[in-house]
Design a protein around this ligand. Structure first.
Ligand SMILES: Nc1nc2c(ncn2[C@@H]2O[C@H](COP(=O)(O)OP(=O)(O)OP(=O)(O)O)[C@@H](O)[C@H]2O)c(=O)[nH]1
Ligand SMILES: [Mg+2]
Length: 420
């Protein structure tokens, strides 16, 4: 590889030097202003072709760059340098290894750009050939589903579908992949120990109270016990204690694993025990400590993760990643009433194969808690699509958005989406 450096007082001047030395096929690697002039790093066209050889690229990228330059030095004609408008020969091969690394970085970024542009072209072409796919794709993005899930499904949509049959197919697939408990006997009849976990303010305490009310309505107050790990915040214990008082259920406050173990041991006879936990940001290492505390407490504690439907898909993804693991029974979507779109929340539930227990759509205890219904949720997702121009993609932007999903398409979670 023969990277050459050309300097001139203007871009035009530097470019004509490049053409003179390397011919019209020369590839510009970088172009920057230096000391009032312009410096161009360029490669001959035939040298660029050799870069597509993976062996060569590996060799180059694995720190042999510095060694490579001197090896070619002898054969390398002296780059030209122009100072104050006069052309002179400059000493050959003065490109150091740091510069070569920069060059390689630029080549890679150029390759990435080319790939992106090709993908964009492919999507523009598809838009022309299969307008129904484009229309369904736009609906999915507007509903808040991720570009990678949308692309994965659109690529597998039966050929020849029209807008309506395409949408029906997408809705069927999404419904099929949204795992729900279907019947709340799963929790109300079976009973057990459930801990509501999640980031701050997502509605854990309110949802615990809503669930507690349902348990009391089904079995009476004697079968239920409430525990809170939120004992040290001002009002933390009080909030649940007031709900407990209304329902006639005792609320126990625990501060660590040993406490929790003792409390659970005492409450062994209860049909259902609900644990309200203190909110922990998904970015806090306390999440791991909390999981350890709940799983080390003796009785089998099933964790229910509260996901705020108003959060972005990226945030929810992060929340699930950090709260995931052995003992996570499923999730509850909260604040559905406040969410402008819910596609991203459903996307995350589908992607992580979470079992969706309930959805909460308001502050009222106990009314605003409902067993999750897949069909309803998917229909609602498409009804709640973005209608406001600033958040919508136009036709020209869609290929760009889709081209960017290439890496996400390799995610295992997508490959596990059931299509038939
Ligand atoms: N609109 C709406 N508000 C809700 C919902 N669930 C809870 N809230 C409200 O959200 C706020 C926080 O609820 P909490 O139950 O205290 O949340 P938390 O997760 O226990 O909060 P921390 O314990 O501080 O982490 C309260 O004002 C609730 O009334 C819901 O489904 N919809
Ligand atoms: Mg709380």
């Amino acid at each position: 590889m023969n990277v050459r450096k050309f300097t001139a007082s203007t871009s035009r001047g530097a470019w004509s030097l490049v053409r003179e030395a390397l011919g019209p096929d020369a590839v510009i690697l970088s172009n920057r202003t230096v000391d009032g002039g312009v410096e161009i790093l360029a490669l001959a066209g035939e040298d660029m072709a050799s870069l597509s050889d993976p062996v060569i690229e590996k060799t180059i990228s694995e720190n042999t760059l510095a060694a490579l330059a001197p090896r070619h030095k002898a054969a390398q004609p002296a780059p030209l340098a122009i100072t104050a408008g006069a052309t002179q020969a400059a000493p050959a091969g003065e490109i150091n290894s740091a510069e070569l690394h920069d060059v390689m970085k630029e080549i890679r970024s150029m390759r990435g750009m080319l790939e992106m542009q090709l993908a964009e072209l492919a999507w523009t072409d598809q838009h022309k050939r299969e307008p129904a796919k484009s229309s369904v794709l736009r609906e999915m993005l507007a509903a808040g589903f991720s570009a990678s899930l949308a692309r994965y499904l659109i690529e597998r949509m039966p050929a020849g579908s029209d807008n309506q049959s395409g949408m029906d197919w997408i809705k069927t697939i999404l419904t099929r992949n949204l795992a729900t408990i279907g019947n709340e006997n799963e929790i109300l009849e079976k009973g057990g120990v459930y801990a509501l976990v999640g980031p701050t303010g997502v509605g854990k305490t309110t949802t615990t109270a809503k669930l507690a009310a349902r348990c009391v309505m089904r079995h009476g107050p004697g079968k239920l016990a409430l525990i809170t790990t939120d004992g040290y915040r001002i009002g933390g214990y009080e909030q649940l204690r007031i709900y407990g008082k209304i329902l006639g259920v005792m609320v126990h406050s625990v501060k660590d694993e040993a406490d929790l173990r003792i409390a659970l041991d005492e409450l062994k006879g209860k049909h259902t025990v609900l644990i309200d936990t203190v909110g922990v940001s998904q970015r806090d290492q306390m999440v791991a400590e909390q999981i350890a505390m709940l799983s080390g407490a003796g009785s089998q504690v099933k964790r229910l993760l509260c996901l705020n439907a108003t959060s972005t898909g990226e945030t929810l993804n992060e929340v699930v990643r950090s709260y995931m693991g052995e003992g996570l029974a499923g999730c509850i979507l909260t604040k559905l009433d406040e969410a402008a779109t819910i596609g991203s929340a459903l996307d995350v539930v589908i992607r992580h194969k979470l079992n969706l227990y309930y959805v909460a759509n308001g502050q009222r205890v106990p009314e605003d808690l409902h067993v999750a219904n897949q069909q309803y949720l998917v229909d609602r997702a498409f009804k709640l699509k973005r209608e406001t121009a600033p958040f919508q993609f136009n036709d020209a932007e869609i290929p760009l958005v889709m081209a960017n999903t290439a890496r996400a398409m390799n995610e295992k979670s997508l490959r596990e989406v059931i299509l038939g």
